[in-house]
Design a protein around this ligand. Structure first.
Ligand code: AMP
Ligand code: TRP
Length: 328
């Protein structure tokens, strides 16, 4: 069977190197080998409050970053979720197949809802819609960061359930692709929490659009430990382990090679070289972003992507509706 890949990054804040390591860098690497759909899940961003002007800006930013990072719109469809109505429609139908108990077990929901006075019902039902995003395109593989594992498991369960309740083999069962290195990049201020777009502390993340001096300053301040040995040990040295992972993603070196290179060398020069490795990768990406952002070409790519996606999605949606007994 031909490989078909689908994934996306929510336009809910400025993209950081966590999303780059866990998702975006994988997208680019995979497009050679598969039929790809890379979308911007804007309908999912609004499960929590988004300022309308910012949502529009962020959505265009992510689209431009996809292309700047190397996604080739000739090979891959790049589009906004909200421009392909089949996502919302299949999302509703998948919700009818999902138990409240399953959604209540989602750790991301629990984390996001924790401490909030009120949360939208969409934040709760969102994983059923994420399953729809994937199943709509009969995706065989879904590259995501570690935090999406549980959502992917639900998508697989829903596909199996639907196939057995209504029609065998209607949905392809998607496989997650979780990068060995880069799938779990932690906050620079607190290595027990993932680097996150929603963290208000700007020093906790390296943003893809950060200036070189900001990158150097943020790494210099990153939390480590007092042992002074550059060694990967997630239990005892989560700060250094996460920095090693970032170094590996951005340099292409293995963790072992990096550990050997910094034997007997303090954290200071390790962090300086790490910053330079990240800057070397981000500078060309930022240059290319400036050329693409706001261009007519980008608008054309998104329009074309939405058409291609809608066409692929329509076939699945029709089959689902028929299988469920709707008059089509
Ligand atoms: P989001 O920006 O939350 O929509 O996430 C987009 C993709 O990036 C998802 O596949 C996430 O799993 C991945 N991702 C987000 N933050 C990180 C992180 N700190 N480390 C690795 N992957 C991440
Ligand atoms: N839930 C993903 C995140 O928070 C974003 C997303 C939405 C997604 N739909 C998807 C990722 C489908 C992969 C496939 O990061």
């Amino acid at each position: 069977m031909e490989k078909r890949i689908l994934s996306g990054m929510k336009p809910s804040g400025e993209l950081n190197i966590g999303g780059y390591g866990g998702a975006l860098s994988q997208f680019v690497a995979m497009q050679e080998k598969a039929d790809c759909y890379f979308f911007i899940p804007d309908l999912h961003a609004v499960t929590v409050w988004q300022d309308p002007r910012e949502l529009r800006e962020r959505s265009m930013e992510i689209a431009a970053l996809y292309l700047a990072a190397g996604i080739d719109p000739k090979r891959s469809a790049v589009f906004f979720q909200s421009q392909v109505p089949a996502h919302a429609e299949l999302g509703w139908l998948m919700e009818t197949q999902t138990a409240v108990g399953e959604l209540g077990r989602m750790t991301q929901y629990k984390e996001k809802a924790d401490g909030r006075e009120s949360v939208s019902s969409a934040l709760f039902t969102y994983p059923a819609y994420m399953a729809a995003d994937i199943l709509l395109y009969q995706a065989t593989h879904v590259p995501v960061g570690d935090d999406q594992k549980q959502h992917l498991e639900l998508a697989r369960n829903l596909a199996v359930r639907f196939n057995s309740r209504f029609k065998k083999n209607l949905f392809t069962i998607p496989e997650p692709i979780i990068a060995g290195i880069g799938s779990r990049i932690m906050g620079l201020d607190d290595p027990s929490k993932k680097m996150s777009k929603s963290n208000p502390n700007r020093s906790s993340s390296i943003l893809l659009m950060d200036e070189p001096d900001d990158i150097r300053r943020k790494f210099a301040k990153a939390v480590t430990d007092s042992e002074g040995v550059v060694r990967c040990d997630w239990d005892r040295k989560p700060g250094i382990s996460s920095l090693l992972e970032i170094y590996s993603v951005f340099s292409g070196m293995t963790i072992g090679d990096i550990e050997s290179r910094y034997q007997g060398v303090g954290y200071g020069s390790f962090k300086e070289d790490l910053a330079e490795a990240v800057i070397a990768k981000l500078e060309p990406l930022q240059r290319s972003y400036r050329e693409i952002a706001g261009s007519e070409e980008l608008d054309r790519v998104l329009k074309d992507g939405a058409l291609r996606a809608a066409e692929a999605a329509a076939a699945t949606l029709k089959a689902v509706k028929e299988a469920m007994g709707f008059v089509v």
